[in-house]
Design a protein. Structure first.
Length: 496
């Protein structure tokens, strides 16, 4: 397993971490720091001054207006905040600057430890086309696809060869943005043009390419973690097939579709892919999985939203391990030490309105009650009385459950969803309850088309939403406010 070091493995102690992110992931990272006796710094926009992660941090620095392009994405300002506060490391979370190689280079130049992969590894994997070339050369199977498309004629020739449908993607893409499925030749040119223009505005890079569209696949990914001493270990798979608009909604580990033999092969392919780009720290290799075959999709060179399901089945704290690796330590476990125990499932809780096609629904949270009990974990960025700002991702929390078997994990998830009270704003929890009611979900018959293939699920979610919260905590805010006002009036009348 050991081989020549990919980076100078000198020890670099970390005493204070600046978290260049917001919401639940900022809290998640700070929790690990606190357990390790490491001080924390939050950076926040004006809109986040009252957020949980700002209150949780030891120190906080305001970095600008609400718009991410004027706050969370301003690299210079964040490095400056680290220098001002004496932070010796930066954790980027996911999204924002987490996959920006030039930010890693700025941290390097400033002598600040970036808690993530080296810039060169990010360069190799950040561009989907280059990543496909890199892993393919290492023997990892990839989805049939093209190099960057400059002339639509090349796209037509590719589609003629592999057949429709095909998928037009941005090379620099992420978050399902810009992707277009094309069913017939007449739609190809408009799809290429639309994807190019979305890619230019969203990622600052109009490069696109085309892949064969795999019919009704599953999304299965492998978590890897590598140290600077040449050790690369995989922590098994996560199945993330339940998606809406190419965005994950429910994730689980292990996958009902993965046998020990497939896990062994996928794990080996993921480790090879990580080695091929000189990877260090935590990363994820995403695969499209269809009838026992798997093809590399992309590598996410960061901590992922769904990392907790892996933590619950392996017992490994991924953020703590990221910090140790960033300090130059060797991984504290080998491949043989990694075991999957039981079943974990994560439900992304988004502030969205089920009645309005799940449009983001920010607003003020009134009553707030998190579920508890055996096998329940909530990673949240909110609290009672908090106002969700409209400028950012609609995900406010993650509900993660663990149980001995998949069936019990589904039961536990449904029980916990019914306990979770988020008053005052609409959430997608009714959709989770509706999905977990479906017989195909219960049986583990999943695909990325699950939601379009089960139209009854959306109708059922609307019904559950109309019923209101399952756990009745009595009078809501409005009732309490009226009662207090009446008491004050009464007191004034008596006193006056
Ligand atoms: P994960 O890949 O961790 O499972 P997502 O793909 O949903 O989760 O992405 C996590 C977050 O990062 C989301 O808020 C998403 O919108 C954002 N994101 C992911 N990739 C990019 C990117 N390349 N550019 C901008 N935002 C991104
Ligand atoms: P992003 O960077 O936006 O996450 P991905 O390449 O990881 O982009 O794709 C996101 C999702 O789109 C996948 O999880 C899968 O559901 C679907 N998808 C991507 N590529 C294909 C493909 N070639 N065939 C079928 N579905 C695909
Ligand atoms: Mg992806």
């Amino acid at each position: 397993m050991a081989r020549k070091p990919v980076a100078a493995p000198g020890r670099r102690p970390i005493r204070k971490v600046l978290v260049a992110n917001r919401g639940e992931i900022a809290v998640r990272v700070m929790r690990a720091c606190r357990e390790m006796g490491i001080a924390t710094v939050a950076v926040h926009s004006e809109a986040d001054a009252g957020a949980l992660f700002v209150k949780y941090a030891d120190e906080a620095v305001a970095i600008g207006p609400p718009s991410p392009s004027m706050s969370y994405l301003v690299k210079e300002r964040i490095v400056e905040a680290a220098q001002q506060t004496g932070a010796d490391a930066i954790h980027p979370g996911y999204g924002f600057l987490s996959e920006k190689a030039d930010f890693v280079r700025m941290c390097d130049a400033a002598g600040i430890t970036f808690i993530g992969p080296p810039a060169a590894a990010m360069d190799r994997m950040g561009d989907k086309v280059r990543a496909r070339e890199t892993v393919s050369a290492a023997g990892v199977p990839i989805v049939p696809g093209t190099p960057p498309i400059t002339d639509p004629e090349e796209g037509r020739a590719f589609a003629a060869k592999v057949g429709f449908p095909v998928l037009v993607k941005a090379a620099a893409g992420g978050g399902g943005i810009g992707m277009k499925v094309v069913e017939r030749e007449a739609d190809l040119l408009p799809a290429i043009e639309s994807c190019q223009s979305t890619a230019r505005s969203a990622f600052g890079d109009p490069t696109i390419f085309i892949e064969k569209y795999v019919a009704e696949p599953r999304h299965v990914e492998i978590q890897v973690i590598a140290d600077a001493h040449g050790n690369v270990v995989h922590l098994g798979e996560r199945e993330c097939s339940i998606q809406r608009r190419h965005q994950k909604l429910i994730e689980e580990s292990p996958s009902p579709a993965v046998t020990p033999e497939i896990r062994e092969r996928m794990g080996r392919a993921a480790v090879e892919a990580a080695r091929a780009c000189g990877y260090v720290n935590a990363g994820t290799i995403e695969f499209i999985f269809s009838r026992g075959d798997f093809y590399f999709l992309e590598m996410n060179t960061r901590l992922q939203v769904e990392h907790p399901v892996t933590e619950l089945v392996t017992g490994i704290d991924l953020v703590r391990t990221q910090l140790r690796v960033a300090m130059g330590e060797a991984l504290p476990f080998t491949q043989a030490d990694v075991r999957q125990n039981g079943w974990a499932m994560e439900f992304r809780v988004n502030a969205e309105d089920p009645a309005r096609d799940f449009m983001p629904a920010p607003g003020r949270i009134g009553r707030y009650h998190e579920p508890g009990g055996i096998g329940v974990r909530v990673d949240s960025g909110v609290y009672a009385g908090y106002t969700i700002p409209p400028y950012y991702d609609s995900m406010i929390a993650k509900l993660i459950v663990w149980a001995g078997t998949r069936d019990e994990a589904v039961d536990r998830g449904r029980r916990a969803l019914r306990e979770y009270v988020v008053g005052g704003v609409r959430t997608n929890m009714p959709l989770h309850l509706a999905i977990t009611e479906a017989a195909d979900f219960r049986a583990g018959r999943l695909s990325t088309h699950f939601i379009p293939d089960h139209p009854e699920v959306m109708a059922r979610a609307a019904e559950i939403a109309a019923e209101g919260p399952a756990l009745d905590l009595g009078a809501g805010d409005a009732v309490r406010v009226a009662a207090i006002a009446a008491a004050v009036q009464h007191h004034a009348a008596v006193a006056g």
